[in-house]
Design a protein. Sequence first.
Length: 382
Amino acid sequence: MKRRNFFRTVLASGVGMVTAPIIKAAPPVNQSPAKPETNIATARAIPRTTNSMPGKYPGQVVKVNHSNSIVEGKPSESAAYDMLKEGMLNLTDETDLKKAWLHFVNEDDIIGLKVNPIGGKLLSTSHAVTQSIVKQLEEAGISRSKIVIWDRREEQLDDAGFTADNYPGVSFMATECYDENKSYINAEGRFYSEDWIDKDHFLYADVEGEYDAYTMPYMVNGGKNSYFSKICTQKVTKIINVPVLKNAGTSITACMKNLAFGSISNTGRLHKALWHETSAYACAFPPLRDKVVLNVLDGILGCFDGGPAANPQFICQYKTMLVGSDPVAVDRVAYDVVINKRIQEGVQTEEKIAGRKFMEIAQELQLGVCDRDKIKLKEISI
């Protein structure tokens, strides 16, 4: 989806109108603009659970490298399976793979695999990694009928090959969905997606943008609330996060970004004003904080520039996988991988400290460990 015309003042008739942006006085010269007010205090006040981030293994990350994980330019499923196995066993200190998985899920759970299909066939969560997760869940006694592969956008899932033909017995869901004619609007003129946002769970931010007819189906609603998907709030009981190792400018888009911007509506307004805050804040609310039990970062293929889109000239073979319950710690290790690659490729000359901001915010929210000296990293080569 092209992020265009976010601040247009007119929407096509039949789609709906959105209030025009509020124009505020510019800040004094040399003074950073004040951040918009949010409802993060509401999230912080909600009691945590035994599953809350950073999960069972705070501050622990297993990094598995496999020199033969790419065959004929594509991630190898057999290699991905072995990488995932090593990651799970080493994270949990188990010798039995089934026992390792049962640290996080059980046969009564409805397990959502949050993939990242934005890069289409070029650079999305690989089928090698996704199929390996499904296979190991089955081996642990989880029925395929209890597995849901999901993301915000149905069309991106389809384009990336996340379909019933490729994953028989597994369910697929998307917040932004369409009918058999690929229309996002039903006979009454409402977005189908409106039935998939939960208005009892939302991130409020005192900033709003206006969306045109092209963009509106990808936002679902305007205004100052970003509603969580009912996939998170009602459908699944546990979430396994399966992002891709990508850059986002001089930062990264990995665990927290995949969760945050993939789970809420009305995100266009947040990219410029609150990108770092949203990446952390959304993860602090119960639909994500209390359900994301495991992060499997797919770094077999990734990119070092042009992310989160897929630009062929920047796609690279990291040949790695990061596994951990702590999304902040996984992102911190992933950040080093991407920034080192960017420096190696001459895209930037040194780390830009501001790139870590979302992780620092997340650590302050007790979602995980950002301090690199406090992260226990176990690195394995196959």
